[in-house]
Write a protein that binds this ligand. Sequence first.
Ligand SMILES: Cc1cc2nc3c(=O)[nH]c(=O)nc-3n(C[C@H](O)[C@H](O)[C@H](O)COP(=O)(O)O)c2cc1C
Length: 291
Amino acid sequence: MKTIDPAEMGSRVFYKYMTASVAPRPVAFASTVDKAGNVNLSPFSFFNYMGIDPPIVAFAPNRRGRDNSYKDTALNIFEIPEVVVNLVTYDMVQQISLASAEFERGVNEFEKAGFTPLPSERIRPPRVKESPVQLECKVIEIREHGSMVLILAEVVLAHFSEELMDEHGQIDQRRTDWIARLGNDWYARANENALFEVARPQMGIGVDAMPERIRNSKILSGNNLGQLGSVLCLPDTAEIDAFAKTGEMTEILEQAKYGCQYLPDLLHEHARKLLTVNKVKEAWLTLLQAI
Ligand SMILES: Cc1cc2nc3c(=O)[nH]c(=O)nc-3n(C[C@H](O)[C@H](O)[C@H](O)COP(=O)(O)O)c2cc1C
């Protein structure tokens, strides 16, 4: 392990390790106005949904490294504590990147980056028409610490495109195509190919309750142990005996008897395959044949 003390390395260098590690981060495309009504639009990946009741988002336009000055978004929010957080899809990524260039204060990045402003209903900054989720927010708190300007904002009205919805009016995650930021110039795309589901955990038996030969298996991975540990109870002897008579088991038992392969390894390999298709019960029935 490379062990780093951020105070010794310097926080601007440490930043590279952090942004590459605390990643991927979602992107808030923040629309704000100053007190004269000039509009600003900039992306921020120090961003997340932080509170449920009331709904709160947080993002942080840090002070500029070169001269410690405030970014235009922060200056606008000091004047008018309102922001539209627009969420960003892959279709928008090149334009949001363009909008992140350090244009002079007062320059409207809707125009520079080619986005369409839509009037908001509850606050002054406009929404981004091209974004499928637009959150009208009122700033409730600003916390500063060193270069950080942390903005906490309550969502007072939210707009979701119908195109994201399934037949029950819920967002279908496969239709969203969000982008996220990582280190340096890297981005990730949460489209259907990148998504996977993990079943909600139950208060299962846990890894500590497993027989040692399974817990210390050289074939099963940490993910496999997580799946096996989430069952509520182990199969009983009758189930294990019945499973021994199935085609897949007799084949493995024969292989071990007449071949030169080690039975526990064959069983662990077979269980691993079953776990890749989430057949947890069958995996346990396989592993327990080795007793
Ligand atoms: C995807 C993306 C994410 C960014 N995230 C942040 C961030 O979280 N905090 C920050 O201070 N700057 C971030 N930046 C840089 C700002 O967008 C950039 O400094 C911008 O010019 C600030 O605009 P403003 O001065 O108009 O507020 C990010 C840039 C991009 C492209």
